[in-house]
Design a protein around this ligand. Structure first.
Ligand SMILES: [Ca+2]
Ligand SMILES: [Ca+2]
Length: 711
């Protein structure tokens, strides 16, 4: 906590004489609506005196006084006048205060401020601008760059600015920034400034106004002071309720390794989620015991390509325009400059590995990983076809049953074996190195293929679940009668056989048996990976995250596969286990796979990225009951969205039709209560969570070519 210093003493000090002590940059911390309780919030204005504050330049001391419990700044001359807080070495912090601007004028808050070596200005640094309402977006709610030796980047109200290493800027619009009429003239308004490493955010009255990430090498300020400003002669501004919360998280040393385990098409039929009474997954369950299990976690798209794109690019489908299994995201012009999760780790000194299915069809953006292992695909030449073709148009992958060949030849066994070799080689290299600290940490993304179709597993596993004991999912007759027409049309999985075929051909029970068997086999492979990490020294320094790209229907609602906005297709297993973190935690707050990217940034101390749309789950890893206002959103095709809260699911389709389910009383989502009059209030609240942006479906290179040849 900063020490209070008598203002007279400070008055005698020229600000330029204050030694600026460079501190180690604190760890990145993604934006959090509420700070964790272990950071102390300090009132830095006592309501009576200017103790701890310093007028800069000293000649303007008469511009600042305390009256009726508030700081009053008056513009007396044509000059910049500041009231600076005495701690000049703030790195990462939250600053909140109230201000009231009488009439017209221009004020603001200098942050990471330092004395100007050229003497041109009283202070230099980043400046959160606060002019009177109506003054324009380049002042009210904008960031200024008050530096002497670098470009003044415009970061107007409503802007998200990223400055790259060489000082070039790119700007995007914020989705719902503060509006001019949200700022009240002549009345108290709230300001909050969040400074995390090189990422600074500026809020007015609870709404984000503008933000920037400053990567400009050697130019950014990673520490400094705080200064209240009076800009114009004749103006009057008041400040009160000034609170500072210093945030300092030491960067993890050495940086942790990351093992990402992606499973394909695994719904909530795992032991720890209890989605099916015969589900067995002792290894996934033991990972849950090492960390936090999110029991209300959902994919952002209920199909491979858009879900995996969302995870690796950190964007919602409604922003990227990648809604279906084409195009591949790295062929989309608008996404080519985006930095994927693995590349972001690579730029922070990580060695990156992958094997199996991380992106759809096992494809990869060029150069996305340093070391790439086998990616054999969904079906092997060795696989025997077991069930006769089902319907015209049904995808040839639809097959199921036991395969009799050597278990070591199964795709997922090979995937795990390759990953284990890399993990062991890394551990050996580090252990035998003369300088273990110089060994790069790893980021390893491992993608298992099963239980995606074909549902093949070794006979040993298959025989564990006798066919006549299989319990089928519950189906309510007439369940679909209360659905809007668009739901039935949109939620047909073209590649899957009809439910009627499974029933009439007596294959329903066998398909469920096969799916459950695949889960058990994949779980065994997860177990082998976990042993490689947890039975070695890497256990103390490796974060393990396990997820499935989306869920899967096996007859519920008389349908099969994914491609729907209902619970069985959106709910996924999702576990984060970090060394030193809380063990055996269960968190029932709505969680999104989109959060993987920002969460890893926070846990590993990487630089934040403005474009990421997910919320870091770090607060929930510390306290699963922490305030969490975010629902989990799932999007299927343009402008069809589901909003999942702790209690309800609201679906709104592009034609405006709706569904609403009370999951607490109706866990199978049998009763669509959207048309009940008393649901209007909850529907209107949930509707507000739907993304405002609904990008046109992205076009890949082939489509573009065809289109251009037509013109
Ligand atoms: Ca999938
Ligand atoms: Ca129904």
């Amino acid at each position: 906590m900063p020490t209070r210093i008598n203002s007279t003493l400070l008055y005698l000090l020229n600000a330029s004489l204050i030694a600026w002590v460079a501190l180690t940059v604190a760890n990145a911390n993604a934006d959090e609506p509420i700070l964790k309780p272990n950071y102390s919030k300090t009132a830095i204005f006592d309501g009576e005196t200017l103790n701890g504050w310093l007028a800069v330049p000293a000649q303007c001391a008469s511009d600042w006084k305390v009256e009726n419990g508030v700081i009053v700044g008056t513009g007396t001359q044509k000059r910049l006048s500041y009231l600076a807080w005495n701690n000049q070495n703030l790195t990462d912090f939250d600053l909140s205060l109230s201000y009231r601007l009488h009439g017209k004028g221009n004020t603001g808050i200098e942050v990471r401020s330092q004395s100007d070596p050229s003497g041109k200005r009283p202070l230099i640094g980043y400046h959160a601008d606060l002019g009177h309402p109506g003054i324009g977006k380049h002042i009210l709610g904008a960031w200024d760059f008050h530096f002497t030796n670098r470009k003044e980047h415009r970061c107007d109200r409503g802007t998200s600015l990223v400055i790259n290493l060489s000082g070039e800027a790119t700007r995007t619009k914020l989705i719902s920034p503060v509006q001019p009429n949200d700022v009240l003239p002549d009345q108290w308004n709230q300001v909050r400034i969040v400074a995390r490493k090189n990422h600074l955010k500026f809020y007015i009255n609870g709404q984000l106004s503008s933000e920037f990430t400053d990567n400009h090498s050697n130019c950014q300020f990673n520490h400094g002071g705080i200064g209240l400003q009076v800009h114009d002669p004749g103006m009057k501004v008041e400040f009160k309720d000034i609170y500072l919360t210093e945030v300092s998280i030491p960067a993890p040393q050495p940086p942790p390794n990351v093992l990402l385990i992606a499973i394909d098409d695994l719904n909530d039929w795992v032991g720890c989620l209890g989605g099916h009474p015969q589900a067995s997954s002792p290894n996934i369950d033991r990972l849950a015991k090492r960390g936090t299990l999110f029991t209300n976690a959902h994919c952002q798209a209920p199909i491979c390509n858009p879900s995996r794109t969302s995870i690796m690019y950190g964007l919602r489908p409604s922003t990227s325009g990648v809604y279906m299994n084409a195009p591949k995201p790295w062929t989309v012009a608008g996404l080519k400059k985006n930095v994927t999760l693995s590349r972001h780790f690579a730029t922070h000194g990580y060695k990156t590995y992958t094997t199996g299915k991380i992106y759809h069809t096992s494809g990869l953006p060029e150069g996305d990983f340093d070391v790439v292992g086998p990616r054999p695909g969904q079906r092997l030449k060795i696989d025997q076809r077991l069930i006769a073709p089902k319907k015209e148009g049904a995808n040839g992958l639809w097959d199921f049953g036991a395969q009799l060949y050597d278990e070591n030849l199964f795709q997922d066994h090979q995937t795990a074996s390759w990953a284990i070799e890399q993990i062991q080689a890394h551990e050996t290299a580090k252990r035998t190195s003369a300088n273990p600290q110089a060994t790069k940490p790893f980021f390893m993304a491992i993608g298992f293929y099963r239980p995606h179709v074909p549902f093949y597993s070794p006979k040993r596993i298959f025989d564990q679940i006798p066919l006549d004991e299989i319990e089928l999912p519950l189906v309510k007759p007439g369940d679909r009668n209360d659905l809007p027409a668009i739901a039935s049309e949109l939620m047909v999985a073209q590649a899957a056989p009809d439910h009627a075929w499974f029933v009439q051909s007596s294959n329903w029970r066998r398909a469920v048996q096969s799916y459950l068997s695949c889960i058990r086999f994949t779980d065994e492979q997860v177990g082998r990976l976990l042993d490689a990490v947890y039975q070695s020294k890497l256990a103390d320094n490796t974060i393990v995250i396990l997820y499935s790209d989306h869920g899967f229907f096996l007859g519920e609602k008389e349908r099969w596969a994914k491609q729907s906005l209902w619970e069985r297709a959106t709910r996924v297993p999702f576990i984060i286990a970090q060394p030193g973190g809380n063990k055996g935690q269960v968190c029932s707050k709505p969680a999104e796979l989109l959060s993987i990217y920002p969460t890893l940034i926070e846990l590993c101390g990487l630089s934040p990225r403005n474009e990421l749309e997910g919320n870091s789950l770090a607060p929930l890893l510390k306290d699963p009951e922490a305030p969490w206002p975010h629902p989990a959103l799932t999007t299927h095709g343009k402008d069809n969205h589901s909003v999942r809260t702790g209690t309800h699911r609201y679906i709104r389709y592009r034609d405006g039709s709706e569904e609403l389910y009370d999951l607490q009383n109706d866990p199978n989502e049998w009763n669509n209560i959207a048309s009940q009059r008393e649901m209007e209030t909850i529907k209107s609240q949930l509707r507000k969570q739907i993304p405002l942006k609904n990008a046109e479906p992205a076009i890949g290179p082939q489509r573009r070519k065809r289109n251009s040849s037509k013109q």
